[in-house]
Design a protein around this ligand. Sequence first.
Ligand SMILES: Cc1cc2nc3c(=O)[nH]c(=O)nc-3n(C[C@H](O)[C@H](O)[C@H](O)COP(=O)(O)OP(=O)(O)OC[C@H]3O[C@@H](n4cnc5c(N)ncnc54)[C@H](O)[C@@H]3O)c2cc1C
Length: 393
Amino acid sequence: MIQKDVIIIGAGAAGLFCAAEAGKRGRSVEVLDHGKKVGRKILMSGGGRCNFTNMYAEPANFLSENPHFCKSALSRYTQWDFIALVAEHGIPYHEKTLGQLFCDNSASDIVDMLISECEKAGAKITTRCEILGVEKSDSGFAVKTSQGDYACESLVIATGGLSMPKIGATPFGYKIAEQFGLKVLPTRAGLVPFTLHDSDKEALEALSGIAVDTSATCNDKSFREAMLFTHRGLSGPSMLQVSSYWHPGDTLHIDLQPTESAAEYLTQAQKDNPDAQLSTVLGRYYPKRMVQTFIEMNDWPNEPVKRLTHSQIEQIDSTLSDWQVAPNGTEGYRTAEVTLGGVDTDELSSKTMMSKKVDGLFFIGEVVDVTGWLGGFNFQWAWSSAWAAGQYV
Ligand SMILES: Cc1cc2nc3c(=O)[nH]c(=O)nc-3n(C[C@H](O)[C@H](O)[C@H](O)COP(=O)(O)OP(=O)(O)OC[C@H]3O[C@@H](n4cnc5c(N)ncnc54)[C@H](O)[C@@H]3O)c2cc1C
């Protein structure tokens, strides 16, 4: 039996960071992961450059059944604390857009930093370790694994969500929560591209690869970012963001002219350039393929703009400012960046991340029902929740 103060299951962002924090307090810590490598999601995040936090992170950027739960951890370990750590390790980084901080070189800089923090704190990391069972014992927990049996006082579950099963995501954390009688809220894929009904897909297929500036709204939440037409449906930051607010049957409202109004520029064109075709005028604002598709799809008259009636201009304007699309679903966990739902925050202390029912059992990171927007917020939750638990395990 290998005796440790703290066993952490999951060597992802939250697990590694928690291990370093607990180790710094003099606790003997071992992180167990079934994968070959640690931090696999970090390595593929942010297109290989890891959007490791967001300068503007605040509780409003997170979805949860209890939106107040994340406040405590986020305020005790902030984005500025993590940025200071990154700077201390000499990792070059930059702001890409909207406060999103990315590594200049590679996401592996962040993984190397976490491993070095664990080493400094004396926390051990064991990979290729299958967890065969977890039981409560008199002094804490017994963890049976393919690499031996462990006993620990504190057990931290940091196994993340269900997205990207190909790189090791499993429902392990939810199962442990249920085994110990904790409520798990229904899960669904978030930050995920939409798929379309066949008729829309056929009409829009030709636009695959085109990105446009949008403001997309779903269930009263709006995001002003780019949208990308794909061969399966709609993606790009604005679509990923609203996907976290979307439920089957909901309609997306997409403003394709967040800066310029077609009513204004078409009316102006009737004065300045009356013989220009509708497609020529719209072509100044949108890619040509998109103009063609929208003209065909909506039966707009592709004639000299002088012939457009007021009501035709109004109709074009309203379609472009509130293009309504009802997706038939999402691409699901295969491509989702996050999992919404998870371990009910009512079951956990927001100060320590420990279960209110089971002494010594902690849940951190994505396995908890706290999900960030796109833009570095999910890693910030991993760091903040891991730090909070790291002070108490
Ligand atoms: C493609 C992609 C890009 C992303 N980009 C960003 C980004 O740029 N910025 C951002 O903020 N967020 C991003 N995210 C989200 C972010 O990666 C996650 O929210 C974050 O990694 C969650 O951290 P975690 O430690 O809770 O879980 P994870 O990082 O998922 O770690 C969980 C660990 O647990 C292990 N594990 C799972 N099941 C078991 C088991 N049964 N036994 C043993 N070990 C197990 C896994 O192997 C894994 O190592 C991205 C996600 C994806 C999929």
